[in-house]
Design a protein around this ligand. Sequence first.
Ligand SMILES: Nc1nc2c(ncn2[C@@H]2O[C@H](COP(=O)(O)OP(=O)(O)OP(=O)(O)O)[C@@H](O)[C@H]2O)c(=O)[nH]1
Ligand SMILES: [Mg+2]
Length: 318
Amino acid sequence: MTRTPEEIVDGIRAGDIRSISRAITLVEDHNSLITGRKIIKSIYGMTGKAGIIGITGPPGVGKSTIIGNLSSMLKSTGKRVAVIAIDASSPFTNGSFLGNRIRMQDKLYRDGIYMRSLSSRGSSGGLSRSTWDAVRVLDAAGFDRIIVETVGAGQADLDILGMAHTIAVALAPGLGDEIQAIKAGLMEIASIFIINKMDRDGAFMAMKDIEDSLALTPQNEWKIPVVGLNSINLEGYEELIADIENHLAFVRKSPVNAKRRFFHEVKAALMAESELRINALTESSMSGLTDLERDVRNKVDPYTVAEEISKSVLGDIA
Ligand SMILES: Nc1nc2c(ncn2[C@@H]2O[C@H](COP(=O)(O)OP(=O)(O)OP(=O)(O)O)[C@@H](O)[C@H]2O)c(=O)[nH]1
Ligand SMILES: [Mg+2]
């Protein structure tokens, strides 16, 4: 049954799960960007209530396991919880990812939690926009906590995480030298550090390592906690939930944080907008911005032409 955007919006408002899923499919699919955008514009006024939690960290540290446990526990305190998992784009890992995802989805579904995975489909800008839109749909639908799982690597992930109120960076013992690079990239954005797999050798050393690094990093009013988790016997989860809730309360009081998050929202929208416009560009409309024939004749390289066009449209980069 095809439904109009208006019907979908009504459904989201009523918390109807099919409308929610349909809306996320629409915002995820590049071919329905215009409809998706229409829906987001209509629901935006209903957003802003959910606490958005990003959980990021290298492959295999236990992010999905943590989210499964965390969402069940939040659910049992009466909160409505939704989870968005972002796929790795590498086709080589798809098999194992799929297995994990289905297991996780089943477990969550039994617990009455909404779970959705988004795939990157090649475009990093598109992924961050569709993730943000999916979060807005879930927020408007009345979920209290929305948890987003990403593998914390590269600019695409940082763009996605810009929407979160609270960012928990998960690590585990045995990452070796990798931990230095991860720390360097994620130290500034972390609100909470998690060391998972506390049942494993080296876990306490990994915790101490992060604590030592934090001691050397200037921190603002929020003192970044380091939480040890054992996801087998659930040790540490109460502390994690308390830290998350404290941090959510902390950021919600901060106008600076609201402005920063809105900046990221607008940036993602602008990136989507420019992608849309670039895709709609025809030969003749581009010829209005540069002299393509002349450029071909003079063998000007494409980067120079692109820079000239974007400069004439957007001005110089500061
Ligand atoms: N020993 C031990 N194993 C754990 C713990 N938490 C998770 N695991 C195991 O670690 C493996 C990876 O867990 P996932 O939750 O899939 O990790 P992930 O970070 O989501 O992995 P990707 O999504 O692939 O990046 C699984 O086999 C889990 O059962 C823990 O506290 N202790
Ligand atoms: Mg996972």
